[in-house]
Ligand binder design. Structure first.
Ligand SMILES: O=P(O)(O)OC[C@H]1O[C@H](OP(=O)(O)OP(=O)(O)O)[C@H](O)[C@@H]1O
Ligand SMILES: Nc1ncnc2[nH]cnc12
Length: 172
């Protein structure tokens, strides 16, 4: 399998001065790299009995849709504000470079559905925590969360309740 980690590139001072942005677009653009990255994320969840993969806008959509196909589940989008057309639940959160809000359709999942949260990066952890709150408020069971990579210096994992597995295919 291709070493997809080497394809992640660092962009200094994006989107704000002082932020070192980890750009995954070269991973996605490389057929073998993309396949290897998705395979690394999928493998631990094959026997997890999932009902749905929940991907977080926008980079979590790309990886989440690929994971849903590989795991044979449907895909549920958690979106930034004002983009979902039907009734939504919403959750505010903070991230490394600002604040934002996530939303999900109230009828996106049946009660008790076992879901996997998917995003590209765990940084401060605010995004995944907000998505997890949305799922709980909706009555879904969060079986776990997975990201392509974790940015260790930002300490996001410290905010995560360890009773739910949070896996990262790589850490920087
Ligand atoms: O752990 P955190 O500090 O919450 O940061 C991680 C989040 O930050 C980025 O999202 P961003 O809001 O930049 O959106 P994008 O995917 O649309 O680029 C990334 O895709 C994660 O969702
Ligand atoms: N430094 C970073 N690079 C890429 N995605 C991020 N999401 C939050 N912080 C990030």
């Amino acid at each position: 399998m291709k070493q997809w980690q080497a394809l992640v590139r660092d962009i200094p001072d994006f989107p704000r001065p002082g932020i070192l942005f980890k750009d995954i677009t070269p991973v996605l653009a490389d057929a073998e790299g993309f396949a290897a990255a998705v395979a690394a994320m999928v493998e631990p969840w094959r026997e997890a009995g999932l009902d749905a993969v929940v991907g977080i806008e926008s980079r979590g959509f790309i990886l989440g849709a690929a994971l849903a196909q590989a795991l044979g589940t449907g895909f549920v989008p958690v979106r930034k504000p004002g983009r979902l057309p039907a009734d939504t639940l919403s959750q505010d959160y903070a991230l490394e470079y600002g604040t934002d809000r996530l939303e999900v359709h109230v009828d996106a999942l049946p009660a008790g559905a076992r879901v996997l949260l998917v995003d590209d990066v765990l940084a401060t952890g605010g995004t995944l925590l907000a998505a997890r709150s949305l799922m709980r408020r909706q009555g879904a069971e969060v079986a776990g969360a997975t990201v392509l990579f974790e940015m260790l210096a930002l300490g996001g994992r410290a905010h995560w309740d360890e009773s739910v597995p949070l896996l990262a295919a790589a850490a920087y």
